[in-house]
Design a protein around this ligand. Sequence first.
Ligand SMILES: [Zn+2]
Length: 286
Amino acid sequence: MPELPEVETIARGLAQNLTGDVIESVWLGNQPEPLKSPPREMVNALEQACIAGVRRVGKHIVVDLNREGRVAAHGKKQIPRFARNHQDVAQWIVHLGMTGRLLIAKPDVAVPKHTHAILRLRSGRELRFVDPRRFGRLAVVRHGFEAPGAEPLDVGFESFAGLFRKRQTPIKSALLNQSLLSGIGNIYADESLFRAGVRPRRRAASLTRAELQRLYEAVQEVLKEAIAAGGSSVSDYVDANGDAGFFQFQHRVYGRAGEPCLVCRTPVKRIVIAGRSAHYCPKCQK
Ligand SMILES: [Zn+2]
């Protein structure tokens, strides 16, 4: 499942490739699950809209759509006056779920199985949403999209610490709680806790200020490193093959159960907390 760094990498790649292009027409598949907005509403929002930008919010990809740009750039069709206000600006929200991908392809490249949406672009390319397991979601919104939790790369230390105060759940579960922090998944929660020297099962409220400070810094560090690792191969991701493995980010504990800790050689432990696996070093983490 794509986590925050992957989504950030994908959003940056899409922004580089798509900003300024115009969606000429839209095809949507018959599967109902991927569509969170009515198909007609989605088509209306997308068709003839200019892609003003692409960014990440939490684990969502937000495609900013703008109609003014089209008029200014091309001036072909007059947009009815009533459409000038809220209709002019919209966002296409893409959540990749488990297996969702956004591919930029030439129209002559065969459309993969499990394609649920195709946006035909003025540049002659297509933006395709492909998702075999159909946990991904597409929606349009008109009034600005916000993720439920705080943005881990923007949140200040005091707000971050405040999220965990009085919380009796394990710190690992609190890090995964999307209504507290938006976009931290299993891998980066484990890696952050390792770097902070905090065991995943510790009650969130039991962390000292110094531990919270270390955790805060670790979360930022881990996410930024992972984004930097992914950033080098953005162009690979956003081509027709799309599944190029772009993660050179090295896991220190995640997925390394039984292997020696990279710091102290103690075997990494794997436990299960609230149904999710957690990996930690019993010596380095307290
Ligand atoms: Zn260790």
